[in-house]
Structures are given as C-alpha cells and as structure tokens.
Design a protein around this ligand. Structure first.
Ligand code: PA5
Length: 438
C-alpha cells in the first residue's frame, strides 16, 4: 500500500507536468497551491477565489444586474459530465431553501428537457444568468444547450452576452466566443484539473457561490480530508480504507459493483456524482504498462430509505455481485423533528432503516461500507468529495491504472461527432441538390 500511495502521488505530479496525457486530481486546486505548476499560477488561483466571491456578491446584491431588471433571480447552468454533476450534487445537497438565485441545469441535448426549462423561465429570462461550463470548450452537448438558450434570448430581444458567463480553459473555442462577444464574465479552468474532479475549481465554486453556498467552508472540509488522507497509517486513513475495501471486495479486478444508498434526500445525487467520478476514472482497458486489464467498478444507486424497498430485496437475496455503500448522517439520530411514536422521530426511523439494512446484508454475507458524516453542510460535502477523489486515486494506483484520463469517453465523443458530421453533410446534400430522396 505504501508503494501505491507513492505511485499515486507520482502520478498526480506527472499529471501536472504532462497535462495533455493525464489529468490532475481537482481537489488540490486552490487548497494545495504548492502543487500548482508555477508560483504565478498559485497567485492567480488565490485571486480567482476572491473574484468568484466578489462576482457572486455583486450579482446577489444587484450591483451587477441585467439590463431590464434590478437583479438576477435565476441561473441556467449548461454543462455535461464532470462539468455538470459536481455543481448538481452540491446544489441538491447545499442550496439554501430560499437561494438568492435559483439554479436550473441543462445537461443533455434532449429537446423536450431544454424546452421545459426555457418554458418555465419564459417570464424571467430577462433576469436569468447563464453559465456555460466546459473545460474543453468544444463538447457538443453544452454547445447545443448554449445555442438553444442563445436563441431563446434572441427571441425576447435580449442581448445574450449581457447574461452569459463562460467557465472554460483559457483560449478554448468557448473562451474565444465569450471574449469576442464580450460576455458578462469569464472564469478560467486549467488543464491539470480533471472534469470529474473539478468541483473545487471555478466549475463548482462559481455556481455554488451564486446560490449563497459557503465555498470557503467546502474548501476547508476538503482540505481537512486531504490532510487526513495523506497519513501513512492505513487504519487512520479513510481513503486508504475505502480503496482497500474496494480492492478486496472485487479481488483487485472490480468484480463487484458499488451500490450507493445515501440515507438522506439531499444526498441523492451523490450516487450519480460517484458514478461519474468512479466509472470514468477506473473503467480502463489498459494498465500503466500497456497490458490489457479491463479494470473498473460499476456504480449505481439511489437513496434510502425510499429505494430500499427495491434494493434490499436484490441486495440481500439476489446475485451477490456488489458491495453496498451506505451514507449515514449522524444528526438524524438526534433530530429535533416531532415524535412519531413515543421517543422516536422520523430521523430515528431513517437511522434505524440504515442500520437494519446493514444488518440484513451482513446476516446474508453481503458486504457493506458505511460512511458516516455528522450532518450535511459545506464542510462535510467538501470532505466527502475529497475523500472519494483520493480513494479513486489510491485504488487506481493499487491496480496500476491511470485514473486521470478517459480514452473511452473521448472515443465516444469522436464517434458521435463523426455521425453528426455525416448527418450534416447528408442534410446539406438534400438541401442543395434536388435529391430523389426528398
Ligand atoms: O471528467 C471528465 O473529464 C468528463 O466527464 C468531462 O467533464 C465531460 O466530458 C465534459 O467535458 P468538458 O468539460 O470539456 O465539456
């Protein structure tokens, strides 16, 4: 394990040195500026954090306001994969009940989905801020979303550039468009921050700050976890324990899927967030020496206790091809909610269901891991994200694969682009020539 730890650190450092080949674990950004490639960048990163906070405050107070309204009321956030799931998870977990700006996500090219959001916002488009988030600045889905949203603004005679914010790598296509059109703001992404580990970069922090979430507390929680997961004593290193559990559960070959059940409504999207982080990082055909290994851990999940009515049947009695991950929120055990039965609250029931599920699995020799947090708050959410990012890095080192690239996803993007190009050329032919097909 010591070797795996050293390998992981070397891989992360290599990722900084060769950002084209690898991608860096994002939770270092801002919190561990020593690892930033140059001292200038370290300073730039610290300034960016201040800029994010200042921007969010100006937007919330109306110091920056749209042309036809006193202040912004809503946000449309356009992005996909790593550029969407972090912000979505954090919004679900931490957005206050009455946020200063309400966030809506476009993370697909489903016309009905986009139309739904634009219809809901029809009467408030003039006070809606648009975040276009894409590290590469060239992914088709966010481009698609951006064009549809732009058209909606044009349809109401609103100048899109006065509502639009780009979060992207400097000089990407998106950055160039934003610069040329004079968008309201541009925030930089860096090559060495991976998409799926970008929650603590501008990708996650800008939308969070705009919703009034304490981003310094998220970063602090992540820093605490970062420190805790650097200790060499495995028994006291939660990320090491997680990575080793995954390793032994799946015989080092990912033979078991990870089933995630947070017992908390606001952590529902943690299951999807982990899908993104774990599957894209660990699902690899080749190891670092070029051998074919077919590694990976499939992740799926939902939430307890709601979904235990389906899951626990399968998990206790079905094919034992998984290990469960139960997320427990300690404060529910002492929740001040009204008593349902004498001395027992809804929170007690929730906690009891989690413990009952764990017991039922244990009795039938099914593995489970319980991750317990005191409550859902910016600090614990920052810590959870950092914990799993580190565990993924360690697991990758244990099985000798690169967690920081995604050749499979790139191949999928290329194949989709080729099909779309073909479709476009067919349409061009149909439109220009009077083809018998028309
Ligand atoms: O983790 C990743 O790198 C991916 O999931 C990307 O975030 C996703 O493909 C979107 O890419 P981009 O941010 O470049 O639009």
């Amino acid at each position: 394990f010591d070797q795996a730890f050293a390998d992981m650190v070397a891989l992360e450092k290599g990722a900084i040195a060769n950002p084209d080949e690898n991608r860096m674990v994002g939770h270092y950004w801002l919190r561990n500026p020593d690892l930033a490639p140059t001292p200038e960048l370290t300073q730039e990163i610290a300034q960016t954090l201040e800029q994010i906070e200042a921007f969010a405050e100006k937007i919330q107070t109306g110091a920056i306001h749209p042309p036809r309204a006193n202040r912004f009321t809503d946000i449309i956030s356009i992005g996909i994969g790593g550029s969407a799931l972090g912000p979505q998870f954090v919004a679900e977990a931490l957005s206050p009940d009455f946020p200063p700006l309400k966030i809506h996500f476009i993370d697909n090219t489903d016309p009905a989905g986009i139309d739904r959001i634009l219809t809901q916002l029809r009467n408030s488009l003039a006070s809606t801020l648009v975040l276009v988030i894409s590290k590469s600045g060239g992914t088709p889905e966010p481009r698609n979303g951006m064009i549809e949203v732009k058209k909606a603004y044009a349809g109401q005679n609103l100048e899109f550039s006065q509502y639009a914010v780009a979060i992207t790598s400097v000089d990407s296509n998106l950055d160039k468009i934003a610069k040329a059109e004079g968008w309201l703001a541009r925030f930089p992404m860096y090559d060495w921050v991976g998409g799926r580990t970008s929650e603590m970069s501008t990708v996650g922090l800008v939308p969070a700050a705009l919703q009034g979430i304490d981003i310094r507390a998220i970063l602090e929680g992540a820093k605490e976890m970062d420190d805790a997961t650097r200790v060499a004593d495995i028994k006291n290193n939660p990320a090491a324990l997680l990575a080793l559990s995954w390793y032994y559960a799946g015989n080092g070959k990912g033979e078991k899927d990870m089933v995630v059940l947070p017992y908390k409504d606001s952590l529902l999207l943690f299951s999807r967030y982990l899908q993104q982080l774990v599957m894209e990082s660990l699902g690899k055909e080749k190891d670092l020496d070029g051998n074919t290994v077919y590694q990976g851990i499939a992740v799926y999940g939902n939430k307890g206790s709601t979904d235990q009515h389906a899951y626990v049947q399968q998990l206790r009695e079905g094919v034992p091809n998984f290990f469960a991950t139960l997320i427990e929120v300690l404060e529910d055990r002492q929740s001040p909610s009204p008593e349902i039965d004498p001395g027992v609250t809804s929170g007690d029931y929730l906690s009891g269901f989690l413990q009952g599920t764990r017991q039922a699995l244990y009795e039938n020799h099914r593995d489970s891991i319980t991750v317990t947090i005191p409550q859902v708050n910016p600090r614990t959410v920052g810590a959870l994200i950092a914990l799993y990012e580190r565990a993924v890095g360690l697991y990758a080192s244990l099985v000798n694969i690169n967690a920081y690239h995604q050749p499979g996803v790139e191949a999928g993007k290329k194949a989709a682009a080729a099909i779309l190009d073909l479709q476009k050329s067919v349409i061009e032919v149909l439109q220009t020539e009077k083809s018998p097909l028309t």
